[in-house]
Design a protein around this ligand. Structure first.
Ligand SMILES: Cc1cc2nc3c(=O)[nH]c(=O)nc-3n(C[C@H](O)[C@H](O)[C@H](O)COP(=O)(O)O)c2cc1C
Length: 484
C-alpha cells in the first residue's frame, strides 16, 4: 500500500482519481454553497452546516478550572465561523471521572468559570460575525470510566462495568478489580443530571451525554456480559443513557440534549512487526465492539440504529457520530498519516478510515432521518474537506460536518471556506498527531507544528526533544504548568 499525501493531490480530478483507484467512495461537490445553508432545529435556525467537535487540551487546573490556554481555544472555536459548537470539550461530571488531572470539571465551584468560558466563545463569535442568535453551543458531559486518571497522569483509577479480556490486560486491571455497582451507577446518573442543570445555568443550549471513545457511556453499550439491569440486552445497556435523559428532561426541561456516539468499534490494535497497526488476536466471536459484526473489524449497524431510534423516542434530536477509541484503535476515529506516540503506523490509507466514518454516518442518517446528525473525522481530508463536506450536506448524508484537529491548526478555517476564500495551505492540519502525542507525554495539547503560540511554550521543547530521541516520555525539564 503506497499512501499518497493529501497535499500532493492538487486538483479535484487527481483527488477523485485517487479515490477511484483505491475503491474509496466519498461524496464530492464542486461547489461548497451547501455549507452556507441554515438548518432548522426545534424552532431555532442554525446559521451554517459546519460544527466544531469537542477538543480538550489537558490544560485545566488540577481542580478542573479552565486556564488561559482553555480560554484561548474556546475563543478560537467562537472565531471559527462554525455555527454549531458540539460540546467544547469533555467536562467530567465528577472528580473521579476525569481522564487526566487537567481535565475540565463541572461543579458548583467551577460553574462561574465555565459560564465565562461559554460567554467568551459567544462574545468572540459576535465580534467576528455580528450575531449569535444562529449559534448553538453545547457542553460535553463525561465520565472516563476505565480510562479515568483523575489525580496523576500515569495512575489510572478505572471505573469499569465489566472485565474486558483485552483492555483489562492493556490497562493493567486485575481479574478481581471490582466493577461499579448498580447503586453507584444510579448515583452517577444523578451527577449527570446535576451537571446538565449547571450547564443550563451557565447558558449552554445543550449537553452531550457522551457515549463514545471507550469512556464509561460507551462501555455501557458493550456490557453484554454484565449481569443486572445495566447489562445484557440492548434495553439494559442503554438504560444509563435513558435514565439520564429522562432525569434531565424532568429537572432541566429548558436544555437540549445530544449524544455523541461511537457508532462502531473494532478490536484494539497494536503495532505489528513492520510497525503497522494490526488487531490484537482474538479467537472466535468478539462481542465487545458496539456496532461491530463480531469479527472485530466489521460493522453491523442494527444495534446503533435501534439505539438512535430509542434516543429519538426519548426526545433527543441531536447526535454526533464518531467511532472507536483514541486509546486502542485511533485510526478508525481520527485518521492520520503520522501516528501519535502510543499508536501504530496506519494500517490502511487514512482516507479509507475517513470514508468509513462518513459513509457509516450517512447510513445512520438514512435509517433515522428525523435526527439532526453531525459527522466527525474530516480533518484528514485537508484541502478537500470543503468539497467532501458540501457533498455530504447536499446529499443529505449528515446535517452538519464536524471537524476537530483542523480548528487547532487553522482556527478561521470555517469562515474561509464559507466565504469562498483560498485556503491558507500553511495552516492546514497535516495530521502530525502532536496534539495527541503531547498529552500522552504529560504535556498540554495544541497544534505544535502550526500554531506559533504553542511553539513559544516550554512544552514545545520537551515535545521536540522527546520525539527526536524516539522517547515515549518527557526527557527534558519542566513543561508548562497550566496552573500558572
Ligand atoms: C487533541 C484532541 C482532543 C480531543 N478531545 C475530545 C473531547 O474532549 N471529546 C471528544 O468527544 N472527542 C475529542 N477528540 C476527538 C475529536 O472530537 C474528533 O472526533 C477527532 O479529532 C476526529 O475529527 P477530526 O478528523 O476533525 O480531527 C479529541 C481529539 C484530539 C486530537
Amino acid at each position: 500500500m503506497k499512501i499518497r499525501r493529501m497535499a500532493s493531490l492538487k486538483t479535484a480530478d487527481e483527488f477523485k482519481n485517487y479515490l477511484r483507484e483505491n475503491n474509496i467512495t466519498l461524496p464530492f461537490a464542486e461547489n461548497t454553497a451547501a455549507l452556507n445553508t441554515p438548518c432548522q432545529l426545534e424552532g431555532k435556525t442554525i446559521g451554517n452546516r459546519l460544527a466544531i467537535l469537542p477538543m480538550e487540551g489537558w490544560d485545566c487546573t488540577s481542580n478542573g478550572h479552565p486556564t488561559d490556554l482553555v480560554r484561548r481555544r474556546w475563543g478560537n472555536f467562537g472565531r471559527s465561523g462554525a455555527k454549531l459548537i458540539w460540546g467544547g470539550e469533555a467536562a467530567a461530571v465528577r472528580m473521579d471521572g476525569r481522564a487526566n488531572p487537567h481535565q475540565l470539571l463541572i461543579n458548583a465551584d467551577t460553574l462561574p468559570d465555565i459560564a465565562d468560558l461559554r460567554q467568551l466563545l459567544v462574545q468572540t463569535h459576535k465580534e467576528h460575525y455580528g450575531r449569535t442568535d444562529d449559534l448553538l453551543v453545547g457542553l460535553q458531559l463525561t465520565h472516563s470510566g476505565r480510562f479515568a486518571s483523575p489525580h496523576e497522569l500515569k495512575k489510572r483509577e478505572p471505573v469499569i462495568l465489566y472485565h474486558h479480556p483485552l483492555l483489562d490486560k492493556k490497562i493493567g486491571i486485575a481479574a478481581d478489580y471490582p466493577v461499579i455497582t448498580d447503586d453507584e451507577i444510579a448515583r452517577l446518573e444523578e451527577d449527570y443530571i446535576r451537571a446538565a442543570e449547571l450547564a443550563y445555568q451557565a447558558g449552554f443550549d445543550f449537553v452531550d451525554i457522551k457515549h463514545c471513545h471507550g469512556y464509561l457511556g460507551h462501555e455501557f453499550l458493550s456490557a453484554v456480559e454484565r449481569p443486572g439491569k445495566y447489562g445484557g440486552s440492548l434495553g439494559n445497556r442503554t438504560r444509563f443513557c435513558s435514565e439520564i435523559v429522562q432525569g434531565i428532561k424532568a429537572k432541566t426541561p429548558g436544555i437540549g440534549i445530544g449524544v455523541r456516539l461511537s457508532a462502531f468499534d473494532f478490536l484494539p490494535f497494536q503495532p505489528g512487526a513492520d510497525g503497522k497497526g494490526e488487531p490484537i488476536k482474538y479467537d472466535g466471536y468478539y462481542p465487545y465492539g458496539f456496532g461491530g459484526d463480531g469479527t472485530g473489524t466489521g460493522i453491523d449497524l442494527a444495534e446503533p440504529i435501534l439505539f438512535l431510534k430509542k434516543l429519538l423516542s426519548l426526545g433527543v434530536k441531536l447526535v454526533c457520530i464518531t467511532a472507536g477509541s483514541p486509546y486502542y484503535n485511533p485510526h478508525i476515529q481520527r485518521p492520520a498519516l503520522f501516528p501519535p506516540v502510543d499508536a501504530y503506523q496506519p494500517p490502511e490509507d487514512p482516507l479509507v478510515g475517513t470514508a468509513r466514518l462518513i459513509n457509516t454516518t450517512a447510513a445512520l442518517k438514512k435509517a433515522v432521518p428525523e435526527l439532526t446528525v453531525i459527522g466527525s473525522g474530516y480533518s484528514y481530508l485537508q484541502e478537500w474537506l470543503p468539497n467532501v463536506a458540501a457533498g455530504v450536506v447536499a446529499g443529505g448524508e449528515a446535517d452538519f460536518v464536524g471537524y476537530g484537529r483542523q480548528v487547532l491548526s487553522y482556527p478561521e478555517f470555517a469562515t474561509d471556506v464559507l466565504n469562498g476564500k483560498t485556503l491558507k495551505k500553511n495552516k492546514i492540519c497535516r495530521t502530525f498527531s502532536d496534539c495527541t502525542t503531547a498529552p500522552r507525554l504529560g504535556l498540554v495539547s495544541g497544534c505544535f507544528p502550526l500554531d506559533e503560540y504553542y511553539q513559544g511554550l516550554p512544552d514545545y521543547a520537551c515535545l521536540a526533544c522527546s520525539k527526536k530521541a524516539g522517547e515515549k516520555r518527557i526527557i527534558t525539564a519542566k513543561p508548562f504548568s497550566p496552573h500558572s
